[in-house]
Write a protein that binds this ligand. Structure first.
Ligand SMILES: Cc1cc2nc3c(=O)[nH]c(=O)nc-3n(C[C@H](O)[C@H](O)[C@H](O)COP(=O)(O)OP(=O)(O)OC[C@H]3O[C@@H](n4cnc5c(N)ncnc54)[C@H](O)[C@@H]3O)c2cc1C
Length: 430
């Protein structure tokens, strides 16, 4: 392998890396994809649900061809206390319409499908090899160092996921801060298809995306998620690292407790654990986006911090695809000009700025700070919702009180001023 020179080397066989390498190979470039896992997807984790809009542009009708699990037609959000759950349940055909559809996926299967597509297009994929360093000469990245091998390329794309050590090595970003990442633990629990359909009140191909706030993260910044697959459930806990270290419970402990919650236990009952994983999620938003382009190098996907958690939805996979596409367009333009300088590759940044990706990151730029500065979202408000509904629904022979009185009693515990302030800041952050 030594001394071979490629048009492009892509580091990381996740969604961003496989899509970028596919798009380049399809246009005739010699592309090498290096993945440290034993196969593409072996180390990758998501909740997960992928919004189709970005991948659909690359693989039209991918929802039919790709190994997706279920089309999401039901969205749920729950505020939880230790023994209660207040849920918003949204079912709509419009969630499944082409262009705005989304699918639950299992990454180990889905990423392998993408890798096959890349290989068919001509990408050389090597797995089980970690890129340790980048070859840098006179301020230009000229390839990668992997074990004993030095592999050269006109351009190197860093798609090595959250906490990109390679981007850090070339000074594009600093070490991650604890408030910029969440720690997650996830389980895949197998259940028969009919049991899932019964428990989630859906047809064979329909799926549910469900996010939880409050007790699942121990009242700390974070939450839980649950997605229905064909014959399994994906569920897990996410907790911001800076908040997690203040508590006395680990994420795996929180996940165990979540599964025991009375509203969840009945959904996972009788299931068989078939996969367990842990991963970081970049959640710092725009503030954590590193330098994205240099001479001979581009950073895409999670490595670039492209992930958005708005509380009711998590998005990273569609952003990974879009950043891969924007980067591939810039590399193709550089190839035409035979100029891989930062000035030419800057087209990547221009493409991103024009896309929804940067516009969305800009829109939500204050959200990470709002979440961090408003702990009531994760303890006070779920408790308030549960208390109000308990008073409304529990009938025990005591004289009834008027509804406003009930509500006001519990709102006062939070404080009207706090409620108004949080509401105002929340609206502005979203
Ligand atoms: C618990 C959880 C839930 C999530 N839920 C959702 C969701 O529901 N919807 C959604 O859209 N997003 C979700 N996300 C985010 C989403 O998973 C990521 O945004 C997405 O996977 C990013 O893709 P990527 O290709 O950039 O990175 P990754 O998928 O992380 O891929 C990076 C790849 O690089 C490889 N690699 C790393 N370093 C090296 C190296 N030095 N040499 C060689 N290979 C290397 C890794 O092995 C990996 O295969 C979730 C994330 C987590 C952790």
């Amino acid at each position: 392998m030594a001394d071979e020179k490629f048009d492009a080397i892509v580091v990381g066989g996740g969604i961003a890396g496989t899509v970028a390498s596919y798009l380049l190979a399809k246009e005739g470039l010699e592309v090498l994809l290096v993945e440290r896992g034993n196969f593409a997807g072996s180390k990758n984790v998501s909740g997960g649900r992928i919004y189709s809009h970005s991948l659909e542009k690359i693989f039209p009708d991918f929802g039919r061809e790709a190994p997706v699990e279920r089309k999401i037609t039901r969205e749920k959000i729950s505020l939880m206390t230790k023994d209660s759950s207040v849920t918003l349940d949204f079912y709509s055909g419009s969630l499944g319409k082409q262009g705005s559809d989304s699918y639950s996926v299992l990454r180990s299967v889905f990423d392998q499908w993408l890798a096959e597509k890349a290989e068919e297009a001509g990408v050389q994929i090597i797995t089980g090899i970690r890129v340790d360093d980048l070859i840098v000469r006179e301020g230009k990245v000229c390839g990668v160092v992997a074990g004993e091998d030095e592999l050269e390329a006109d351009v190197t794309i860093l798609a090595d996921g959250v906490n990109s050590l390679l981007a850090q090595k070339i000074g594009f970003c600093r070490e991650l801060l604890p408030n910029q990442v969440s720690v997650s633990a996830k389980e895949v629990i197998e259940l028969p298809r009919e049991v899932i359909n019964d428990r989630f009140n859906c047809q064979d191909e329909e799926g549910t995306a469900w996010l939880f706030a409050g007790a699942p993260s121990g009242g700390r910044s974070g939450g839980a998620f649950l997605y229905t697959n064909k014959t399994s459930l994906s569920l897990g806990i996410v907790c911001t690292l800076s908040d997690l270290i203040k508590g006395d419970k680990s994420v795996p402990q929180l996940l165990e407790e979540f599964k025991q919650h009375p509203a969840i236990e009945q959904l996972v009952r009788g299931g068989k654990l078939v996969e367990y994983s842990g991963h970081l999620i970049p959640e710092g938003g725009l503030a954590m986006v590193p330098k994205l382009v240099g001479n001979g190098v581009l950073v895409i996907g999670d490595a670039a911090g492209f992930c958005i958690n708005v509380g009711y939805a998590v998005r990273g996979m569609d952003l990974a695809v879009t950043s891969a596409e924007c980067a591939a367009q810039a590399v193709l333009a550089a190839k035409d000009k035979q100029d891989y300088s930062e000035a030419t590759l800057k087209l990547y940044q221009t493409n991103l700025d024009k896309s929804y990706l940067m516009q969305d990151l800009n829109l939500y730029k204050n959200l990470p700070h709002f979440m961090e500065a408003t702990p009531r979202i994760f303890d006070g408000y779920p408790q308030m919702a549960a208390d109000i509904l308990t008073d409304l629904f529990v009938v025990n022979g005591q004289p009834a009180k008027s509804m406003p009185k009930h509500i006001f009693k519990h709102v006062r515990k939070i404080g009207i001023a706090n409620l108004m302030r949080d509401g105002w800041k929340g609206v502005r952050a979203l």
